[in-house]
Structures are given as structure tokens and as C-alpha cells.
Design a protein around this ligand. Structure first.
Ligand SMILES: [Zn+2]
Ligand SMILES: [Zn+2]
Length: 147
């Protein structure tokens, strides 16, 4: 698979009002176990960041996303119609993190690592993979899309 092909995916909410196609440029997938992700998405968030200019939205899709500030700089996006929890974005950044659960198979994604494991729910075990785990945010040398 070429790097060009990597990151070509489709996804949608439950009702289909928010649907999109990504045309490449996907970053590796990480799991976030922080409290905000768990509250908003109902569980730890497996997400893949995709540059804004690599996302092709279905007509009207962006108007169906309701963004909610969960911090001064971070927003969560869900479908205004069906309530599906879909996205995370940081203001000023050029990509959107897409919840991997809303993507259609095959995604070709693999777990890169786990972050904020110190905040994870006490009722589940981490996915039994060998991916690196960080108790808080990524250390700078392991950050997938900063710097
Ligand atoms: Zn929907
Ligand atoms: Zn999180």
C-alpha cells in the first residue's frame, strides 16, 4: 500500500447526516483514556487525526455537526440529528480527530499507542496490544502530529 493510499476511508454517524470520505494523510491511531473522552464518547476514544484538506464532506454534513467546547481550546463534534459522538478538534490546528468507531471497514488502522491511561475507567483492561502506554499526554518525542 502506498502512503498515498493510506488514509482513504469513509465514515458516518448513525443517521447518515454526517458522512465523509478521507483522501489520505491520516495520522496513526491512538487511544485516549482521559475523562473527557470517556464522558463524551461513552468509552475510551480510539481516534485518527486527518488534515482538514483531506476530508471530503457529504453535502450539508458540516452543517449537521454540533461542536461543543470541552475545554478552552478543544471541541467535540457530534451529529445534531442523531447524537452520535464523532470528532475532536483543537482550535487553531489543521486537522480533525475522527473517532475510529464511526469509520467503515476496512480502515487499515492499527493502534499506535495509548494516552492518559492514568485516567482510564477501572472496569476495563487496556486493549491487549503491545502498543506504548503513557499515563498522561504524549511525551513530545512521541507526539504524532505536533512539532
Ligand atoms: Zn446523525
Ligand atoms: Zn482524551
Amino acid at each position: 500500500m502506498s502512503d498515498q493510499a493510506k488514509g482513504e476511508m469513509t465514515g458516518s454517524c448513525v443517521c447518515g447526516a454526517v458522512a465523509f470520505r478521507t483522501t489520505g494523510g491520516a495520522h496513526p491511531m491512538s487511544w485516549c483514556h482521559c475523562t473527557l473522552c470517556r464522558k463524551y464518547h461513552g468509552h475510551a476514544l480510539a481516534a485518527v487525526a486527518v488534515p482538514n484538506d483531506k476530508i471530503e464532506w457529504k453535502a450539508g454534513a458540516e452543517d449537521s455537526i454540533r461542536w461543543y467546547h470541552t475545554s478552552d481550546t478543544g471541541q467535540r463534534g457530534g451529529c445534531a440529528k442523531c447524537g452520535s459522538a464523532l470528532f475532536f478538534r483543537s482550535l487553531g490546528e489543521d486537522h480533525i480527530s475522527i473517532a475510529a468507531g464511526i469509520l467503515d471497514n476496512p480502515t487499515q488502522l492499527e493502534t499506535r499507542d495509548h494516552i492518559y491511561t492514568a485516567d482510564k475507567g477501572d472496569w476495563y483492561a487496556l486493549e491487549p496490544d503491545n502498543a506504548p502506554r503513557y499515563e498522561q499526554d504524549w511525551p513530545s518525542e512521541a507526539h504524532p502530529y505536533k512539532g
